[in-house]
Design a protein around this ligand. Sequence first.
Ligand code: SF4
Length: 280
Amino acid sequence: MREINVQDVTEVVKQMCIDANYHLSNDMKMAISNAEQEEESPLGRQIFSQLKENLQIAEEDMIPICQDTGMAVFFFKVGQDVHFTGGSLADAINEGVRQGYTEGYLRKSVVKDPLIRTNTGDNTPAVVHYDIVPGDKVEITCAPKGFGSENMSRVFMLKPADGEEGVKNAILQAVKDAGPNACPPMVVGVGIGGTFEKCAEMAKEALTRETGTHSPIQYVKDMEEELLEKINATGIGPAGLGGRITALAVNINTYPTHIAGLPVAVNICCHVNRHVKRIL
Ligand code: SF4
C-alpha cells in the first residue's frame, strides 16, 4: 500500500489550476496553428492570428487565456493500492482549487446554489470524477470548463433504431445549434452508450484527449474524421464569422449500453480547451 498525503494533492491541484489557465497545452496550440494554415477566409485567418497572439500574451504576462477561467473539473484515476493520509481527499482538492484561483488571480465563477446564486468567492467546489484503477499511482487531469460552450452541450436519448446515422445527425445538430455561442473553433467531445449520466461523463473526458489523436476503434475513428469534415462544412467558422474551420477535433468515447437505448452526449468546448495531466 502506497501512502500519499493529501497536502501533496492540494499543491498539485493548485499548480494545475494556474497552469491550465495560463498556458494552453501543446496539442491545442498545434491544432490552432494547423487550422490557421487551412483556413481559407481572410477574416478567419485574422481571428486565428489573434488567438495565437492572445495565447502568447497570456504565457508571457502570466494572465488567464480567457476571462472565463471555468468551473474546475477533475478526473482522478486512483490506483487501488493508494492510501490517502492527512485528511479528506475531496477537501484537499477543493483547497487546491481555492489556492490556485486566489493566488493565480483567476476569476471566481462558481455560485453556491444554482438558484440563489451567491458566489462562493474561491471557485469551489470542483466537479470531480473518480475512477479506481489497478496500481499505486494517481493520475490527475484538470480541465477548467468555460460555460459559453458548456451551455451549448446536449444529451440525446436516441432509440437503437436511430443507428449510426441518428448519432451523427444528433452531433451535427448540437454543433449547428451551438453556432457562435460556443466560441468556435471548438473541440467536440462525444460519449456514445452507457446510461444518461455515463455518456455525459464520457463526452467530458473525451475533451481531455490529446487533440489530433483518434479512438483506437476503427469505426469510431472513421466517425470522428467524417464528423469533423461535416462540421467544418457548416461554414460557422472561427468566432462564428464564417470560414472553413469550425471545429479543431471531434473526440468520441464509447461504452456498452442497454438493448433498449442509444444515449449520446455532446460536450462542446471552445478553442480554450484547457487540460493538464499530472501523475502522483
Ligand atoms: S466559452 Fe471558452 S472562449 Fe468562450 S468565454 Fe468561455 S472559456 Fe472563454
